[in-house]
Design a protein around this ligand. Structure first.
Ligand code: PMT
Length: 428
């Protein structure tokens, strides 16, 4: 019989602390054992009693911090009991203490004594998140192997909207379980039954296209498909019905995702246009060749005949066609830029007619093409740009989907309001 994961949840003092009992409940539903430690500030947002009730155990705080050598050291006992440490919400202060190895309270003392895997879910005001000190602390923690979940863009306690909201509790629950060796759920099947993506059709394109010159040679690019596959995997995890149209890449399809393999831009166009009718969200992550050779030699081009002159013709712009396709859906384009990234991105957003454009700087070696990480700026008409700082593509996909989900929820609300207005007009 499998040993249940033992999760130690550390709660620090932010408004999102009130979501801690919900996370504990979800873990326990999935068979995990959970214990909690909290800072004094966290107690102002969630009662220790609530956490005691949902965990079925006492909750650890300052009263358990005994001078070294004065008997049982609870923080050491706890670290020996757990196999995973999840810190949620993690304030800017907690991130700084963790990064620098400072231990002024029970929670940070415990964290310093911890040598296992750690998941951190930051939550703070966007200005604190964007502060170079916080970003430096985050980079330090990542370099030490800490998994960061969020933060995400969304409404904040202050009433503003920005990057700094704690990730969805179910995303944190999923990260905690995944790393304890438990599957969140195999295949399609959301950990997140509240996700607005449950049952929605999501269409993703990924990877490069190959434009043949002769039977063995082609024009291509360095896209690995990682970004698109990460989006497809995350959408499936949230309960969406996912269609993935992919150029030639060496990645396994994520569980629960229906994959169609294509080679050329024209094949990708056909596959995408066939599937867009049913789609409610489209991610055009593929690096589609803008041009293809006008003539494809039926035999391998011979060296003896000298260097060939290759005449190119323009490929159709799939994203533009998808944006014009009949029906209502959210279309998310990507833009690979190398200079003056935001200005070119804005022009592309208008030209392509999509709802959101995710711009990445592909002149950088640490992000973009074929790297494990990405950093993007999300552009939308009439809204300020949103930066999602550098992180693994899997995490970036989650942040992007959070953004898309808030957009979908907003659209649903507007649609409901409009239909109510129309109904009452008809009734009047
Ligand atoms: O695959 P990875 O290695 O993980 O790398 C990810 C990525 C860098 C490829 C990805 O993040 C990315 O930037 N994808 C878009 C690449 C691209 O083709 O950008 P573009 O600026 O040339 O095109 C803008 C948009 O138009 C894209 O959504 C593209 O899919 C679309 N397009 C372009 C040309 C064309 N003929 N048809 C299109 O639909």
């Amino acid at each position: 019989m499998a040993i249940p994961p033992r999760i130690l949840l550390g709660v620090s003092g932010g408004i999102a602390a009130y979501k801690a009992p919900e996370m504990v409940r979800r873990w326990r539903e999935r068979g995990a054992e959970v214990r909690c430690a909290m800072t004094d500030n966290a107690r102002r947002f969630v009662s220790p009693l609530a956490l005691e009730v949902v965990t079925g155990h006492r909750v650890y705080g300052e009263e358990y911090l005994k001078p070294q050598g004065s008997g049982v050291e609870e923080h050491i006992e706890l670290t020996e009991w757990a196999d995973r440490l999840v810190l949620a919400p993690a304030t800017a202060n907690l991130l700084a203490l963790l990064a620098r190895g400072l231990a002024p309270n029970f929670l940070t003392t415990l964290a310093l004594a911890w040598d296992g895997p750690v998941v951190v879910a930051p939550a703070m005001h966007p200005r604190m998140w964007n502060h170079p000190a916080t970003q430096e602390n985050v980079a330090l923690l990542r370099a030490r192997g800490v998994t960061l979940v969020g933060p995400v863009v969304g409404p904040l306690a202050s009433g503003e909207i920005g990057m700094g909201r704690m990730a969805d509790p179910l995303a944190i629950v999923g990260a905690g379980l995944e790393m304890s060796g438990l599957e969140v759920r195999a295949g399609v099947g959301p950990a997140d039954d509240k996700s607005s993506l449950v049952g929605r059709r999501v269409l993703v394109s990924a990877g490069p296209t190959r434009e043949p010159l002769d039977p063995v040679r082609f024009l291509g690019n360095r896209s690995s498909g990682k970004m698109g596959f990460a989006l497809a995997a995350e959408a499936a995890k949230r309960g969406a019905i996912v269609d993935l149209v992919s150029g030639p890449v060496s990645l396994e399809e994520p569980p629960g995702v229906r994959r169609t393999r294509v080679e050329t831009a024209l094949e990708m166009r056909t596959a995408m246009l066939d599937r867009v009718v049913d789609a409610e969200v489209v991610f055009m992550t593929a690096a589609v060749a803008d041009y293809r050779p006008l003539r494809v030699a039926s035999e391998k081009l011979k060296k003896e005949t000298g260097p060939p002159t290759v005449e190119l013709v323009e490929n159709p712009d799939i994203l533009v066609e998808l944006s014009k396709a009949p029906g209502r859906r959210l279309i998310v384009g990507f833009a690979a830029e190398t200079e003056d990234v935001l200005r070119h991105g804005q022009t592309k957003l208008e030209r392509k007619g999509c709802d959101l454009l995710v711009v990445n700087d592909v002149s950088r070696a640490d992000i973009g093409f074929d790297s494990d990480d990405n950093e993007v700026t999300v552009l939308a008409k009439g809204a300020p740009p949103v930066v999602i700082s550098r992180r693994p593509k899997r995490e970036l996909a989650a942040a992007l989907l959070d953004l898309v989900e808030s957009d979908l929820v907003e659209r649903d609300v507007v649609e409901r309001e409009l239909s109510t207005e129309t109904e009452s007009e008809v009734g009047a």
